[in-house]
Design a protein around this ligand. Structure first.
Ligand SMILES: [Zn+2]
Length: 289
């Protein structure tokens, strides 16, 4: 089967393009990765290495970090400097499949990037996240990074504190504590594209599946494309509501209270992390404890 006809590939392309239409991928912003299932690799293996002969001889390259637990696995990832909006027209030119070697330190491209290029500059972050997530629960396969406007806006006005960020977002939509009961991770502003920010993000991905990069964007993880995109969409929607509420007033007249969030946890059978349900002092402004 051709890669572009495989279900997993179609799901990957659709997620990227949907993100563009949400306004989360200006210029070449954002990137995505998917840890391909062995049976899906088998389905498309005969299409590897033969797209106009342009795969760079399958030469092994340094990842820039070590991901031992991903050795010999295959990944679909977006290309560095490629625009998400172009994936709709020519997925094979903007996306690639790569293989990680048996030491977990090198990769080679086996499909895609037909007009040249390299995998996303955030490859170390993606692979470190996918490794941590695999160790946590082998069903995790997708990592998605984008630049959602309202989430980014909030990183200028809310304290860069995971507990406060989570609580304020949870209060904006009933589905939030049910969808991400482990809360939101927050990484302070750092230089992107390297190992350091990858280490910091993957540290948070040990417990959480949505991590915000201050003044930059967000990372979401999930078992499949619907869940991962849906998680980002849910957090961004709640962030938009919060931006609107904060534009009207610095206080909330009423909100979803901690006991009501606990009730949600009971009703839907999810483990709500108590550290986000702190008591606020009377008269606290939005973003204050
Ligand atoms: Zn970015």
């Amino acid at each position: 089967m051709k890669v572009i006809d495989a279900e997993f590939a179609k799901g990957f392309f659709r997620m990227c393009v949907d993100g563009f239409y949400q306004g989360w991928h200006e210029r070449n912003g954002g990137n995505a990765s998917y840890r391909i299932k062995p049976e899906e690799v088998d389905e498309v293996r005969n299409d590897f290495g033969n797209i106009n002969g342009s795969v760079q001889d399958g030469e092994w390259q340094d990842i820039g970090t070590t991901v031992k637990n991903l050795a010999c696995e295959f990944f679909m990832v977006t290309g560095s400097g490629k625009f998400m909006r172009n994936i709709e027209l020519d997925p094979a030119a903007n996306v690639c499949i790569l293989e990680v070697d048996e030491t977990g330190t090198k990769y080679r491209i086996v499909w895609g990037l037909t007009k040249g290029g390299r995998p996303t500059s955030e490859l170390p972050t993606h692979l470190m996240n996918l490794e941590v997530l695999k160790n946590r629960d082998a069903r995790f396969r997708v990592v998605y990074h984008c630049h959602p406007t309202n989430i980014i806006a909030l990183t200028y006005v809310l304290p860069l504190d995971s507990e406060i960020f989570t609580r304020e977002i949870w209060e904006m939509a009933t589905e939030c504590p049910i969808d991400f009961p482990e809360g939101i991770g927050v990484v302070p502003w750092m230089v992107c594209g390297g190992r350091e920010i990858g280490v910091k993000t993957s540290e948070l991905m040990k417990k959480q599946k949505i991590v915000i990069w201050a003044h930059h964007g967000a990372f979401a993880a999930g078992y499949d494309f619907d869940e991962t995109f849906g998680l980002m969409h849910t957090v961004e929607k709640a962030a938009e509501v919060l931006v609107k509420v904060m534009s009207i007033n610095v206080y909330k007249r009423q909100t979803i209270e901690p006991d009501q969030i606990r009730q949600l946890g009971k009703t839907f059978g999810v483990d709500i992390d108590e550290r986000f349900l702190y008591e606020k002092r009377p008269g606290a402004r939005i973003g204050e404890r």
